[in-house]
Design a protein around this ligand. Sequence first.
Ligand SMILES: NC(=O)c1ccc[n+]([C@@H]2O[C@H](COP(=O)([O-])OP(=O)(O)OC[C@H]3O[C@@H](n4cnc5c(N)ncnc54)[C@H](OP(=O)(O)O)[C@@H]3O)[C@@H](O)[C@H]2O)c1
Length: 248
Amino acid sequence: MHLKDRVVFITGASRGIGAELARDFAAHGARLGLVARNIEALAELAGELPSDALPVPCDIRDEEALGAACRKVADHFGTIDSVVANAGVALESGRAHKVRTETWIRTLETNLTGPFLTARAAHPYLAASGRGRLVLTSSVIARQPRPGLSAYAASKAGVEGLTRALAADWAKDGICVNAVAPGFFGLGMGAAFEAGERLRDQVIARTVLGRFGEPQDIAGVVRFLASDAAAYVNGQVLGVDGGYGLGV
Ligand SMILES: NC(=O)c1ccc[n+]([C@@H]2O[C@H](COP(=O)([O-])OP(=O)(O)OC[C@H]3O[C@@H](n4cnc5c(N)ncnc54)[C@H](OP(=O)(O)O)[C@@H]3O)[C@@H](O)[C@H]2O)c1
């Protein structure tokens, strides 16, 4: 699971889970393309990492910008071996009949079309790498919905279908495609659940391990899927949710 000198392209690296993944990858020797819209946050993170990290501002809804971001990272490091399509949003919630169409579209654009465009922009580099790995980011919500999250749930269910479809399409290019489905983490968008007493108690009651996830709970799993150790794992969605997805 060591990734010495591998080049990993991480979207949504400016904060939350993506920033923690970057810290873990860098601690294990990977060189990084750090992608998000907030260039200041990316530059600050790059400055604190122990390995070479290139901050690249990019909106993952913009296909041209993604092409340019991949070229920039590949020109700088010579290759892209792994892509972690982690960027995502959980916009205002509300019961399905009240969700604004604009919210639905923006959620799908960011959480489903964005990872698809990211994957497609990176495909030539992953194929040329000979050991290409793509790790997408679903959510436990794809299979265990909570009220008020219809757009988010649909986008993440789409990510799970996309994971299997890309795995089937790109196996002949030597690219393994898998996804993680995090449960509730006490950082990033999960922090709001941990902050409110009622929500926190609900989540902890359903998470059979009885706690929110911590950075190391997700980082090692993503690193595994990006590494040689996962060379025969393809088209899988790995729950990283402390057992929340058991539905008990
Ligand atoms: N935290 C949890 O408990 C949890 C649970 C299940 C699944 N997840 C999933 O894990 C992933 C990371 O979530 P998080 O909790 O770390 O959320 P977060 O703290 O809100 O971070 C989201 C990241 O995505 C980036 N992003 C959003 N829209 C973007 C766009 N259009 N273009 C480029 N980058 C964009 C943001 O960067 P900029 O704003 O700088 O662009 C930020 O770096 C998401 O896919 C989320 O659905 C999280």
